[in-house]
Design a protein around this ligand. Sequence first.
Ligand SMILES: *Cc1c(COP(=O)(O)O)cnc(C)c1O
Length: 223
Amino acid sequence: MNIKNNINQIKQLLIPGCELIVVSKTQPVEKIKEAYEAGHRAFGENKVQELMQKVHLLPTDIQWHLIGHLQSNKVKFIAPFIHLIHSIDSIKLLQEVNRQAQKVNRIIPCLLQVHIATEETKFGFSPKEVKQFMTNPETGKLSNISIQGLMGMATFTDQEEQISKEFRKLKSLFDEIKTCTLPNADIKTLSMGMSGDYLLAMEEGSTMVRVGSAIFGERNYAL
Ligand SMILES: *Cc1c(COP(=O)(O)O)cnc(C)c1O
């Protein structure tokens, strides 16, 4: 795999206004450095422990995105530097992010993860929960977070119409919450699309795609 070529090829396909997050989970630091040297700065990891190991070995101008399930007791480790948390899946977690952000005197950008796929999962809000949460004045009191949009994953299937339908649903929820007037809401990011479906996601209005294996090749979880 030529990492630099792969990144450049994907960047040429991005629609204007859509940002690429290079998903570097399970990839060794040397591979991330290759992408960095190609000029890329935004990387996504899904585990706090793995992220913390990598952060210290890589340049400080990398923008780190957390894209996987986050446990409340791990928020304190990433609060000082995390660029965007895509995977807020409970109010309790958001409250903890707010608390830890306050401690380090930051306002941490967050996305709410929405469950749009047909597969069962423990993680993510329902669209109804998102609407309730974004119209609740209590939400607006979390002054050390900035709610910037939504993240979702489509069903793992080769049925493109199914995938597009799920992305369309997330985009319509995104448009709905854009009108939200909470003081800590600044709705501008719709994080949807991975290696297999980022073109479909962009057709449906994605502003941020998270791509791993199309850049680095298949992941080796044994590493
Ligand atoms: C692993 C992962 C990705 C990237 O997946 P690829 O199919 O390798 O592009 C994107 N988003 C999330 C939340 C992930 O966990």
